[in-house]
Structure formats: C-alpha cells, structure tokens
Design a protein around this ligand. Structure first.
Ligand SMILES: O=C(O)CCC(=O)C(=O)O
Ligand SMILES: [Fe+2]
Length: 380
C-alpha cells in the first residue's frame, strides 16, 4: 500500500479511529462448547455496534476471488451495456434487482421517489432550497436476486455466464455464515429452540425471498469532489434485512456509528467477512440486536486514489415468514425489552413488513425535509 503523507485536514491511518470488532472463529462452531463460546462473544458485539467479523467460515478463497473478478468485469462494461438492467421505478418501490448507475442518489438527501406524490412534495421542498452543488454519489452497483422463480431475470454477460456459481455462492453464504450466526443469536438469547430463526431463511431455490448479492464499485474520485460530499461515498443508513455479509475489503471506507456518537472506521482486511444485523433481526429481537447506522466515507489519504469493489450478501426473510418477536427469550425478558416500541405489526408477512419499512423511511425523509434539515438517514 502506498504510504503517501496525508494533508493534515484529511483522514489518514494516523488520525482515524478504528472500530474494534469482535472476530468470531466459525471453525469452533461444530462443538457445543465452541458454539456457546461464540454466542458469548457475539452477545456484546451485536448489542453495542451490531457489527462483527467472521473468520474460518469454510468458503474457499478461490470462490470469493471469483466473485470479485466477476464484479470487476461487470463494471468494466460500457454504460450502455449495463443500463438495460436499470429499473429506477421498480427500485423506488423496493424491488431493487439489477443495475444502479453512478449518480443515482444524492449524498445526504434522497429525493428520487418518482413513484409517489411524496417524491413530488420533496422535490418541491428541495427546489426551494438553493443547493449550490449536486452531491451525487459515485457508486454503481448490481443486485443479483435469489433464483427462486419469482425474481428470475437475465443479467449482463459477466454475471449470466457465471450465474450457477453465483447462486451456489449465495447458498453457501446462507448455510455457512447466516444460519450459524442465527443459531448463535438463538443461543445467546437462550431460546428454547436456538435454531428457530433458520426456518425463515431457507436457501432452497423454490423458496422465494428478497435475498440478494450486491456487487459494487466506488470509483476513486478527485479529493475536491469527495470533500464537496462531506467526504462521503454513501450516506448513513441502516440495512433492511436479517444479516449483511460483506466480504473482505482491503480499501477502508465503511464507518459505523457507535453509541457514543463517534463514527469509527472498519479496518481494511484481506480475509474475513464483516457482518451486521439489519432491521428485520432488530425488530424480532426487540432491538436487542442492533441494526447499526453505517455509511461509506472516501478512503483515508493513503488509499484515496483506489477504486473500491465490494461483494456483499444481504440476507432477508423468506416471503412466507410472519413477523414474530422472540418473546420467549429469558434473556430479553430479564432485560425488560419493550416489544414493539415502534409499532412493528406482528403477523405481517415479510413483504408487507418491507413495504411498511419503506413507507416509514419515506415519512422520515419528508419530516427531515419539512424541517429543512438534510436527511442523512435512509435505508438500503
Ligand atoms: O460498501 C460498503 O462497504 C457498504 C455498503 C453498504 O452499506 C450497503 O450497500 O448497504
Ligand atoms: Fe448498508
């Protein structure tokens, strides 16, 4: 890695605060003692920041390497070969399959809601304000949905040519990482059946879900442009689903907001997966599992010239899942967790829960806009 001296006002390895994330060695999962030990380690992490790292999860390095290779090939394609896979209206409604080009979102505010009068309202409010510069993002990504008979679609060649491997890869992530973490959550909460959450995250292809594999590329941009965006590549947000699994990321950028209100950086890493809890897991555990606010900052000075590629799996509940909080957890009972503080409607299926979630975000954005405050928080 180059060791360029950072100008004093830019974050550099020397002056940034790193997040100290727990590392779970999943090779210990196979014995009851090992599982309990991992559950104990997870308890604090999932409650305080909602983020942790998993290692030794048993997916071969060549497979991970291959996903990054596909990711790079995909984004090397000319824009006109990717645009036929971009469906903005569908995306605005929460169906986020396919390609999203650079500049689709404004950092710090989200006014692209062509589907609703809320969008028009926001547009009006925003146009009254005198924004000197458009703070557009610099990221392009592609969401590959689960091959489940509901979400099937054709993809650009680098994906289509490898679609069987990609689907196999996501199945492995689900079974070798997501299911194991869900068991650890069950153990940590002392649920009568610690595996209870797995049944809502089946990987079989005939079980529809909103699971997706996201391939991303953040192009390195001139320092002045990233400064104009308050140094951000992606605005702060929480993830919707159960668990987000981000494969090894040698270019720093991801930041987590801790309870002390300090943004801490996730260390660049050459192996391991950064995992975070999403809003679904938070909701069913009475917010004991924290759906942590995070964002992507332009890399530190030493890496600011590098493009940043990411391979991220978003695990989400199967369509036939009904929202049901784990009220039978003695741990949560002892903690006096307040169920449904946010009015989560138990009994909804996972798709209605998602629609409700999106509607809440929109209401929140309108509220911020009416307050004439830049709404930094949105969901992804
Ligand atoms: O690029 C990253 O490391 C994180 C991206 C992210 O948070 C998201 O896509 O939801
Ligand atoms: Fe995210």
């Amino acid at each position: 890695m180059p060791s360029a001296e950072a100008p004093p006002d830019r974050p550099s390895y020397k002056n940034i605060q790193w997040a100290e994330l727990v590392e779970l060695d999943l090779s210990l999962f196979d014995t009851p003692e090992g599982r309990q030990d991992l559950a104990d380690q997870l308890k604090d992490a999932i409650h305080t920041s909602g983020f942790f790292v998993v290692k030794n999860f048993g997916i071969e390095e060549e497979k991970i390497e291959n996903e990054f290779k596909i990711c790079k090939e995909l984004f090397e394609l000319p824009l006109e070969e990717k645009l036929p896979f971009h469906f903005p209206e569908r995306m605005a409604m929460g169906d986020i399959r396919g390609y999203r080009p650079i500049g689709s979102k404004l950092i710090g505010l989200e006014i692209r809601m062509p589907d609703s009068s809320l969008g028009e309202l926001l547009g009006l409010i925003m146009s009254r304000k005198n924004f000197k510069k458009e703070h557009k993002d610099n990221v392009q990504f592609y969401n590959v949905p689960k091959h489940d008979g509901v979400h099937d679609m054709k993809h650009p060649a680098p994906l289509q040519d490898n679609i069987d491997e990609i689907q196999e890869f996501t199945k492995e992530i689900n079974e070798k990482i997501v299911h194991k973490i869900l068991t650890l959550v069950g153990l940590m909460l002392e649920l009568p059946n610690p595996d209870i959450l797995i049944k809502d995250h089946k990987s079989a292809q005939n079980v529809p879900s909103e699971d997706l594999l996201r391939l991303m590329r953040y192009n390195a941009i001139p320092v002045e442009d990233s400064d104009a965006n308050n140094g951000l590549y992606a605005a702060s947000h929480v993830d919707f689903g159960t668990l987000t699994c981000s494969f090894r990321q040698p270019v720093a950028g991801l930041q987590i907001l801790y309870k002390d209100d300090v943004w801490r950086w996730v260390r660049p890493m050459n192996d391991g997966v950064v995992v975070n809890a999403g809003d679904w897991l938070a909701a069913v555990t009475g917010r004991w599992c924290r759906s942590g606010l995070h964002r992507v900052h332009a890399p530190p000075a030493e890496q600011i010239h590098l493009d940043r590629h990411a391979v991220i799996f978003f695990s989400r509940p199967n369509h036939d899942t009904i929202v049901q909080c784990v009220r039978d957890s003695p741990v949560l009972q002892k903690m006096g967790v307040k169920w449904n503080e946010e009015g989560i409607d138990e009994g909804l299926n996972s798709q209605d829960f998602m629609r409700d979630w999106i509607a809440r975000l929109k209401r929140q954005q309108v509220k911020f806009a009416l307050m004439e405050k830049v709404p930094e928080v949105h969901g992804r």
